[in-house]
Design a binder for this molecule. Sequence first.
Ligand code: TXA
Ligand code: MG
Length: 348
Amino acid sequence: MPLITPIIPVNDDEPDPTAVNQAAGILRRGGLVAFATETVYGLGADATNPEAVARIFQAKGRPSFNPLIVHADRVEMARDCVLQWPESADILARCFWPGPLTLVLPRAAIIPDVVTAGRDTVGVRIPDSGVARALIEATGRPIAAPSANRSTGISPTEAWHVSNDLDGKIDLILDSGQTGVGIESTVLDLTTSPPRVLRPGSITVEQIREALGREVLGQADRPPEAQPHSSPGQMDVHYAPRTPTFRVEHVAVDALPREGRWVLISLGETSIADASSMGRPDRHIRLLTPTEAESSLYSHLQSIDLSGIDFLVIVPPPDEPRWLAIRDRIWRASRPWPAGRQDSANGE
Ligand code: TXA
Ligand code: MG
C-alpha cells in the first residue's frame, strides 16, 4: 500500500486507456481503487476475490455485517452475479440502467460471502459513469464498491473527499471531477413481493411503481420489527458530518442560536428561508430543488467540516415524495434542535 495514494485525473467522456488499464491491473491483482460513479465515489475491489473485498472493510473501518453493492458494466455481467433474473429486473434495467438503482436479488456462487455479509442476496447495479464502466470492462470482473469514505462518514462527491478520508489506505484514486447525482443509489429489494425500497435515492418509489405497473413498498411502509436487518447499512448514525449538526422543523425563529459560529442550510421553499430574520449564521446556503440539493448537499457538508465552524443548522424540506431521499440523509446526519444540543456530536 502506498504511503500517499496517487490521484490520476481522467476525463469521464473519454477515459484515458492508460489510466484505466493501470487501475484495472491494480483491481485484478487484488488492490483497491476509488472511482467516480454518477452518485458518489466508490471504493472498488474485484467482487470475485474475497481477500480483495476484505481490504475494503479494513480501509473503511466498515462493520462486516454491512453488505456491498456489486457494479457491472452491462446487463450480462449483472446477471452473472445473481441466481435469478426476474422479469421485474429486466424492466427496471431497461428503464433505469445505467443509473442510480441497485437491485437486490438472490446471489450467484461467483459472489463470495464477504461481499454480501453472508446473505443469500446481492445488490447489483450498472453505474452511469464513463470511468466506472470503462474500469469494470477493462478489469473484466464485477466490482464491489461501497462509498469511498470512512464508515459512518459523508459519502464523497469529489476526489479530495476520498483522499481526505482514505489517503495511504488505498492504492489509487481516479479523479474525474464532481459526481452528478450526488447521493447514493436507490436500493430496491426484488426478493420480496411486493418489491421494497430499502434506501431511498434520486429514483423514487413512484418512478419504480410506474415502470413495473405494480405495487412497490417505500421505506416508510416497512414495519421496523418485520425485517430488522433487511438493509443493514441503514443504521441511524450514518452520513454524519463531524460538525455538530441539528435540524429545526417548525421552530420559532427566536429559538434559533444567537451565539457561536454556525452555518444554515435551508432546503425547499421553507417559511424561515430568510436568514436575515434569524440569529446570525455565518453563511446561509439555500437549496431550492431536490436535484440541486442531491447534487450539492454532501459537498457542502464536506466543506463545512473543514471550515472549523461550531455547528450546522439544517431546515429540512417539506415532507413530500420528491424530497424523500434528502430527508432520509438529513435525518441520519443530524439531531433535533434544541433538544440534543448539549450531547456530543452525532456519535462520531
Ligand atoms: O450509489 C451507490 O449506491 C454507491 C455507489 C458507489 O455505487 N454505493 C454505496 O454503497 O452507497 P454503500 O456500501 O455505501 O451502501 C450500500 C447500501 C447499504 O445500505 C447496504 O446495506 C445496502 O446497500 N445493501 C447492499 N447489499 C445488500 C443486500 N444484499 N441486501 C440488502 N441491502 C444491501
Ligand atoms: Mg456508504
